[in-house]
Write a protein that binds this ligand. Structure first.
Ligand code: HEC
Ligand code: HEC
Length: 202
Protein backbone atom coordinates (compact mmCIF):
# COMPACT_ATOMS: atom_id res chain seq x y z
CA UNK A 1 0.00 0.00 0.00
CA UNK A 2 1.31 3.39 -0.94
CA UNK A 3 1.72 6.01 1.76
CA UNK A 4 -1.14 8.16 0.38
CA UNK A 5 -3.55 5.23 0.39
CA UNK A 6 -2.50 4.26 3.88
CA UNK A 7 -3.20 7.77 5.20
CA UNK A 8 -6.53 7.75 3.36
CA UNK A 9 -7.65 4.49 4.93
CA UNK A 10 -6.50 5.59 8.38
CA UNK A 11 -8.59 8.76 8.10
CA UNK A 12 -11.60 6.75 6.89
CA UNK A 13 -11.20 4.30 9.78
CA UNK A 14 -10.97 7.06 12.36
CA UNK A 15 -14.07 8.76 10.90
CA UNK A 16 -16.04 5.53 11.24
CA UNK A 17 -14.82 5.02 14.81
CA UNK A 18 -15.61 8.56 15.84
CA UNK A 19 -19.09 8.52 14.28
CA UNK A 20 -19.94 5.24 16.05
CA UNK A 21 -18.57 6.70 19.28
CA UNK A 22 -20.61 9.90 18.85
CA UNK A 23 -23.82 7.91 18.39
CA UNK A 24 -23.13 6.02 21.60
CA UNK A 25 -22.79 9.08 23.81
CA UNK A 26 -26.11 9.98 25.28
CA UNK A 27 -26.49 13.16 27.26
CA UNK A 28 -29.41 13.10 29.59
CA UNK A 29 -31.63 16.18 29.19
CA UNK A 30 -31.33 16.99 32.88
CA UNK A 31 -27.61 17.43 32.33
CA UNK A 32 -27.96 20.00 29.59
CA UNK A 33 -28.75 23.10 31.61
CA UNK A 34 -26.66 24.74 34.30
CA UNK A 35 -29.15 23.75 36.97
CA UNK A 36 -29.06 20.00 36.22
CA UNK A 37 -32.76 19.30 36.70
CA UNK A 38 -35.73 18.61 34.47
CA UNK A 39 -35.83 21.36 31.87
CA UNK A 40 -39.59 21.13 31.32
CA UNK A 41 -40.69 22.29 34.75
CA UNK A 42 -39.57 24.80 37.35
CA UNK A 43 -40.89 22.62 40.19
CA UNK A 44 -37.57 21.05 41.11
CA UNK A 45 -35.41 24.06 40.31
CA UNK A 46 -34.30 25.47 43.65
CA UNK A 47 -32.32 28.70 43.51
CA UNK A 48 -29.41 29.08 45.93
CA UNK A 49 -31.17 31.93 47.67
CA UNK A 50 -29.80 35.32 48.48
CA UNK A 51 -27.23 35.78 51.15
CA UNK A 52 -26.64 39.47 51.81
CA UNK A 53 -24.04 40.84 54.16
CA UNK A 54 -25.41 40.91 57.71
CA UNK A 55 -22.75 43.27 59.05
CA UNK A 56 -24.12 46.51 60.46
CA UNK A 57 -22.98 49.82 58.91
CA UNK A 58 -19.60 50.68 60.38
CA UNK A 59 -18.45 47.06 60.55
CA UNK A 60 -18.53 45.98 56.91
CA UNK A 61 -15.79 46.07 54.28
CA UNK A 62 -16.35 48.15 51.17
CA UNK A 63 -16.48 46.28 47.86
CA UNK A 64 -14.11 47.18 45.06
CA UNK A 65 -15.90 49.19 42.38
CA UNK A 66 -16.64 47.21 39.21
CA UNK A 67 -15.23 49.99 37.01
CA UNK A 68 -14.42 53.71 37.19
CA UNK A 69 -17.40 55.68 38.47
CA UNK A 70 -19.58 52.61 38.92
CA UNK A 71 -22.16 53.05 41.66
CA UNK A 72 -20.63 51.28 44.66
CA UNK A 73 -22.37 48.17 45.98
CA UNK A 74 -23.81 48.42 49.49
CA UNK A 75 -21.52 46.43 51.79
CA UNK A 76 -23.65 46.57 54.97
CA UNK A 77 -27.05 45.34 56.16
CA UNK A 78 -29.95 47.59 55.13
CA UNK A 79 -32.81 45.31 56.13
CA UNK A 80 -33.68 47.32 59.25
CA UNK A 81 -33.58 50.73 57.59
CA UNK A 82 -37.20 50.79 56.46
CA UNK A 83 -38.54 51.79 53.09
CA UNK A 84 -37.16 54.70 51.19
CA UNK A 85 -39.51 57.36 49.97
CA UNK A 86 -38.81 60.90 48.90
CA UNK A 87 -39.37 62.38 52.36
CA UNK A 88 -38.02 59.53 54.42
CA UNK A 89 -34.62 58.06 53.80
CA UNK A 90 -32.46 56.51 56.51
CA UNK A 91 -29.43 56.40 54.19
CA UNK A 92 -29.13 60.19 54.38
CA UNK A 93 -28.65 60.03 58.16
CA UNK A 94 -25.15 58.61 57.63
CA UNK A 95 -24.22 59.44 54.03
CA UNK A 96 -25.03 63.17 53.76
CA UNK A 97 -21.68 64.92 53.35
CA UNK A 98 -22.02 66.91 56.60
CA UNK A 99 -22.35 63.77 58.75
CA UNK A 100 -20.60 61.09 56.69
CA UNK A 101 -17.13 61.70 58.06
CA UNK A 102 -18.15 61.24 61.68
CA UNK A 103 -20.11 58.12 60.73
CA UNK A 104 -17.16 56.65 58.78
CA UNK A 105 -19.40 56.45 55.68
CA UNK A 106 -18.58 57.53 52.12
CA UNK A 107 -20.19 60.93 51.54
CA UNK A 108 -22.82 61.16 48.79
CA UNK A 109 -20.94 62.64 45.81
CA UNK A 110 -21.54 66.03 44.17
CA UNK A 111 -23.28 64.44 41.17
CA UNK A 112 -26.20 63.60 43.45
CA UNK A 113 -26.57 67.29 44.37
CA UNK A 114 -26.62 68.33 40.73
CA UNK A 115 -29.46 68.27 38.23
CA UNK A 116 -28.51 67.15 34.74
CA UNK A 117 -31.98 67.59 33.34
CA UNK A 118 -32.55 70.42 30.92
CA UNK A 119 -35.58 72.63 31.46
CA UNK A 120 -38.20 71.87 28.88
CA UNK A 121 -40.72 74.07 27.15
CA UNK A 122 -43.96 72.78 25.68
CA UNK A 123 -45.17 74.77 22.68
CA UNK A 124 -48.79 75.21 21.55
CA UNK A 125 -48.63 71.97 19.51
CA UNK A 126 -47.50 70.03 22.57
CA UNK A 127 -43.99 69.61 21.23
CA UNK A 128 -41.48 69.35 24.02
CA UNK A 129 -38.30 71.30 23.48
CA UNK A 130 -35.31 71.09 25.79
CA UNK A 131 -33.48 74.30 26.63
CA UNK A 132 -30.39 72.92 24.97
CA UNK A 133 -29.71 69.87 22.86
CA UNK A 134 -26.01 70.28 22.47
CA UNK A 135 -24.74 71.06 25.93
CA UNK A 136 -24.34 69.11 29.10
CA UNK A 137 -26.72 70.65 31.62
CA UNK A 138 -25.23 70.78 35.10
CA UNK A 139 -27.18 72.69 37.73
CA UNK A 140 -25.61 72.85 41.15
CA UNK A 141 -28.38 72.41 43.73
CA UNK A 142 -26.14 73.76 46.51
CA UNK A 143 -26.28 70.79 48.84
CA UNK A 144 -29.88 69.81 48.14
CA UNK A 145 -30.22 66.19 47.01
CA UNK A 146 -31.58 66.04 43.48
CA UNK A 147 -34.87 64.18 43.70
CA UNK A 148 -33.95 61.96 40.75
CA UNK A 149 -31.53 60.35 43.18
CA UNK A 150 -33.68 59.90 46.27
CA UNK A 151 -34.23 56.19 45.69
CA UNK A 152 -30.69 55.05 46.52
CA UNK A 153 -31.32 51.33 46.06
CA UNK A 154 -32.42 51.92 42.48
CA UNK A 155 -28.72 52.13 41.62
CA UNK A 156 -26.88 50.92 44.72
CA UNK A 157 -27.53 47.33 45.65
CA UNK A 158 -26.33 44.92 48.26
CA UNK A 159 -24.36 41.98 46.94
CA UNK A 160 -25.32 38.39 47.58
CA UNK A 161 -22.66 35.81 48.26
CA UNK A 162 -24.07 32.97 46.26
CA UNK A 163 -22.61 29.99 44.57
CA UNK A 164 -22.40 31.31 41.06
CA UNK A 165 -22.83 28.79 38.29
CA UNK A 166 -21.01 31.11 35.93
CA UNK A 167 -18.49 33.46 37.42
CA UNK A 168 -18.09 37.01 36.21
CA UNK A 169 -14.60 37.38 34.79
CA UNK A 170 -14.95 41.05 33.85
CA UNK A 171 -11.83 43.09 34.57
CA UNK A 172 -12.01 46.84 34.28
CA UNK A 173 -9.60 48.42 31.86
CA UNK A 174 -8.84 51.93 33.07
CA UNK A 175 -8.58 54.34 30.21
CA UNK A 176 -6.37 56.87 31.93
CA UNK A 177 -4.09 57.25 34.93
CA UNK A 178 -6.69 59.27 36.80
CA UNK A 179 -9.22 56.45 36.47
CA UNK A 180 -6.65 54.06 37.87
CA UNK A 181 -6.07 56.40 40.81
CA UNK A 182 -9.80 56.76 41.45
CA UNK A 183 -10.54 53.05 41.22
CA UNK A 184 -12.61 53.10 44.37
CA UNK A 185 -13.65 56.71 44.47
CA UNK A 186 -16.01 58.64 42.27
CA UNK A 187 -14.70 61.52 40.16
CA UNK A 188 -17.57 61.65 37.72
CA UNK A 189 -18.41 65.33 38.10
CA UNK A 190 -14.92 66.36 36.96
CA UNK A 191 -15.07 64.03 33.99
CA UNK A 192 -18.60 64.43 32.67
CA UNK A 193 -17.56 65.49 29.21
CA UNK A 194 -15.04 62.74 28.78
CA UNK A 195 -15.52 61.35 25.29
CA UNK A 196 -17.95 64.11 24.34
CA UNK A 197 -15.25 66.72 23.82
CA UNK A 198 -12.99 64.32 22.04
CA UNK A 199 -15.77 62.50 20.23
CA UNK A 200 -17.77 65.06 18.29
CA UNK A 201 -16.18 68.34 19.19
CA UNK A 202 -19.20 69.83 20.98
C1 HEC B 1 -25.83 53.92 60.42
C2 HEC B 1 -25.14 54.59 59.32
C3 HEC B 1 -25.46 54.15 57.90
C4 HEC B 1 -26.69 54.04 57.29
C5 HEC B 1 -28.07 54.31 57.91
C6 HEC B 1 -26.44 53.66 55.92
N1 HEC B 1 -25.08 53.54 55.71
FE1 HEC B 1 -24.17 53.02 53.94
N2 HEC B 1 -22.35 53.00 54.87
C7 HEC B 1 -22.14 53.33 56.21
C8 HEC B 1 -20.73 53.08 56.52
C9 HEC B 1 -20.09 53.34 57.88
C10 HEC B 1 -20.13 52.59 55.33
C11 HEC B 1 -18.66 52.12 55.13
C12 HEC B 1 -18.60 50.60 55.26
C13 HEC B 1 -18.83 50.19 56.69
O1 HEC B 1 -18.13 50.70 57.57
O2 HEC B 1 -19.72 49.34 56.94
C14 HEC B 1 -21.17 52.56 54.33
C15 HEC B 1 -20.96 52.16 53.02
C16 HEC B 1 -21.93 52.28 52.02
C17 HEC B 1 -21.68 52.12 50.61
C18 HEC B 1 -20.34 51.78 49.96
C19 HEC B 1 -19.55 53.05 49.69
C20 HEC B 1 -18.18 52.78 49.11
O3 HEC B 1 -17.34 53.72 49.16
O4 HEC B 1 -17.92 51.70 48.60
C21 HEC B 1 -22.86 52.33 49.97
C22 HEC B 1 -23.11 52.28 48.47
C23 HEC B 1 -23.86 52.60 50.98
N3 HEC B 1 -23.26 52.57 52.21
C24 HEC B 1 -25.18 52.86 50.70
C25 HEC B 1 -26.16 53.00 51.67
C26 HEC B 1 -27.57 53.05 51.39
C27 HEC B 1 -28.20 52.97 50.01
C28 HEC B 1 -28.22 53.18 52.59
C29 HEC B 1 -29.71 53.24 52.84
C30 HEC B 1 -30.47 52.07 52.38
C31 HEC B 1 -27.19 53.25 53.62
N4 HEC B 1 -25.95 53.10 53.02
C32 HEC B 1 -27.43 53.44 54.98
C33 HEC B 1 -23.08 53.83 57.09
C34 HEC B 1 -24.44 53.83 56.89
C1 HEC C 1 -29.59 57.06 39.34
C2 HEC C 1 -28.64 56.18 40.00
C3 HEC C 1 -28.24 56.54 41.41
C4 HEC C 1 -29.04 56.83 42.48
C5 HEC C 1 -30.56 56.87 42.57
C6 HEC C 1 -28.14 57.04 43.62
N1 HEC C 1 -26.84 56.87 43.21
FE1 HEC C 1 -25.18 57.02 44.36
N2 HEC C 1 -24.00 56.74 42.76
C7 HEC C 1 -24.44 56.47 41.48
C8 HEC C 1 -23.30 56.43 40.58
C9 HEC C 1 -23.35 56.14 39.08
C10 HEC C 1 -22.16 56.68 41.37
C11 HEC C 1 -20.68 56.79 40.89
C12 HEC C 1 -20.51 58.04 40.04
C13 HEC C 1 -20.93 59.31 40.73
O1 HEC C 1 -20.25 59.77 41.65
O2 HEC C 1 -21.98 59.85 40.38
C14 HEC C 1 -22.63 56.86 42.73
C15 HEC C 1 -21.78 57.09 43.79
C16 HEC C 1 -22.20 57.09 45.13
C17 HEC C 1 -21.32 57.06 46.28
C18 HEC C 1 -19.78 57.00 46.25
C19 HEC C 1 -19.16 58.38 46.26
C20 HEC C 1 -17.65 58.42 46.12
O3 HEC C 1 -17.08 59.49 46.39
O4 HEC C 1 -17.02 57.45 45.74
C21 HEC C 1 -22.13 57.06 47.40
C22 HEC C 1 -21.68 57.04 48.84
C23 HEC C 1 -23.51 57.11 46.95
N3 HEC C 1 -23.52 57.13 45.56
C24 HEC C 1 -24.62 57.11 47.78
C25 HEC C 1 -25.93 57.25 47.34
C26 HEC C 1 -27.08 57.42 48.21
C27 HEC C 1 -27.03 57.43 49.72
C28 HEC C 1 -28.19 57.52 47.41
C29 HEC C 1 -29.61 57.82 47.82
C30 HEC C 1 -29.82 59.11 48.46
C31 HEC C 1 -27.73 57.38 46.03
N4 HEC C 1 -26.35 57.24 46.03
C32 HEC C 1 -28.55 57.39 44.90
C33 HEC C 1 -25.74 56.29 41.08
C34 HEC C 1 -26.85 56.57 41.88
Amino acid sequence: MKAKQLIGSLIAASLIVSSVYAVNIEVDETQLGLRKVDLYTEDTAVPDGTNYNKEAPGTSKRFDRAYTNAPPMIPHDISELGEIDKNNNACLGCHMPDVAKTMGATPIPKTHFTSFRPNVEVDSDDNVKAESDDQIIKKDLHGKLWQGRYSCTQCHAPQTKGNLKVNNTFKPDYTDKKGQKHKNKSYLLDELNIGVQVGNGL
